[in-house]
Design a protein around this ligand. Structure first.
Ligand code: SF4
Length: 385
């Protein structure tokens, strides 16, 4: 079979077996031309991990290629103290708005009456699951009670918060609890952690398509050039992921350390300028705590002081009392899973103490958590192409 050109493959990415087979052959060919015993490729989006697991993409890889999940689940890394603070006020009668993903997030404190926001609601706490910040705004305007919105997310979610805040849409009785985190600093941290731990280093990055729709492909290009690791901003269809892996291997083989944009139907080099401008006007970066991982420099977004009157941390005097050692329940290896150092099945509690119906650790809660994805869809699905 003659070698197809990448541009031709990209044009035909509509999902069929011929393309999948062609891409798989290319992956095998490029992998065989790279003089490395192991090639580790890390994704930074829970949806990429979902695609990889759900479609059995790992089973299509040559044995030397290892696909690992990175810190791509905002719920998994939300500090326990955030949920504990939210539980406390919910039990005191303040309405807490949360996305469904975080509703069942377990806390580590043994002192609290409730172990999650779901548990707090069952004990009479005022907790409401919503789909968007706008829904919380509408509800708060109606109920007029003091209320807090738990704003979890990465760059993708941030404009959904910054634009209503900027436009003065938030009522006086609704306060914003920022748990926003930034992906490029976490990517740098995870890549350096693998080197520090002496495990197989990361050789390629499948960069998050949704996040990049906001921040653009430029930040990934900077990381690639700085750390000498090729990256591809990828869409979420199985063929997108296969194509991105092939492209990473091609760049690795040729010694090209830069970012390429496979998701050009959505992502631009400089991202969404309007969204970025609104984020910058409303939020400031700070050294933020990632659950189980610790503090990552300049990896969080906090409301600027101009918005102190909306800031739940200021109004309710919330404190951050997390530490790396105590932010996960005993035995939970979520931090290593999140940093791509181990796979979920390497945790001894996986599908024993910790299951989707009874999550013990944070990575088993959200649909974007690697443990939850492996548990729900099977980490070892065999693809048939
Ligand atoms: Fe933590 Fe559960 Fe995942 Fe183990 S399986 S790392 S306990 S979330």
């Amino acid at each position: 079979m003659s070698s197809p050109r990448f541009e031709e493959i990209n044009y035909f990415l509509k999902g069929n077996k011929i393309i999948a087979r062609t891409l798989t052959r290319l992956i095998y060919r490029y992998a065989s031309q790279i003089r490395l015993e192991r090639i580790k490729i890390m994704n930074f989006c829970g949806t990429h991990e979902w695609t990889t697991v759900h479609y059995g993409i790992r089973s299509l890889m040559p044995p030397k290629i290892e696909l690992v999940a990175g810190p791509g689940c905002p719920v998994c890394i939300t500090p326990s103290s955030v949920i504990e603070n939210a539980i406390n006020i919910a039990l005191e009668g303040v309405r807490v708005y949360t996305f469904g993903d975080a509703y069942r997030l377990p806390v580590t404190s043994k002192k609290l009456e409730a172990k999650s926001l779901e548990d707090a609601k069952s004990k009479g706490g005022d907790v409401k699951v919503i789909y968007s910040f706008l829904e919380a705004i509408r509800d708060a305007k109606r109920c007029k009670e003091s209320s807090v919105f738990v704003g979890i997310g990465f760059e993708t979610t941030a404009p959904g918060y910054s634009i209503p805040i900027l436009n003065g849409m938030v009522p006086e009785n609704l306060f914003f609890y920022s748990v926003l985190r930034l992906t490029p600093p976490a990517a740098r941290y995870a890549i350096n952690k693998a080197i520090e731990k002496g495990v197989t280093p990361v050789h390629g990055i499948i960069a998050p398509g949704h996040v990049s729709a906001i921040i653009g492909s430029k930040p990934w290009d900077e990381i690639s050039r700085e750390l000498k690791i090729p990256s591809v901003i990828s869409g979420f269809e199985p063929l997108d992921v296969l194509y991105s892996i092939a492209l990473i291997l091609k760049m690795l083989k040729n010694g090209e350390y830069k970012a390429r944009n496979e998701y050009s139907r959505v992502v631009e080099w400089n991202g969404n300028r309007r969204a970025l401008k609104s984020i910058d006007k409303v939020f400031d970066t700070y050294n933020a705590f990632w659950r189980g991982i610790g503090v990552i420099p300049m990896s969080g977004l906090e409301l600027r002081s101009y918005y102190n009157h909306l800031n739940a941390k200021k109004i309710f005097r919330f404190s951050d009392y997390d530490s790396r050692e105590t932010s996960l329940p005993p035995g939970c290896r979520c931090a290593e899973v999140t940093l791509g150092l181990i796979k979920p099945i390497e945790c001894p509690l996986f599908m024993k103490t910790c299951k989707p119906e009874h999550p013990y650790g944070p990575c088993m809660v959200s649909l974007e958590g690697a443990c939850s994805i492996w548990a729900r869809h099977g980490g070892r699905i065999i693809a048939k192409i």
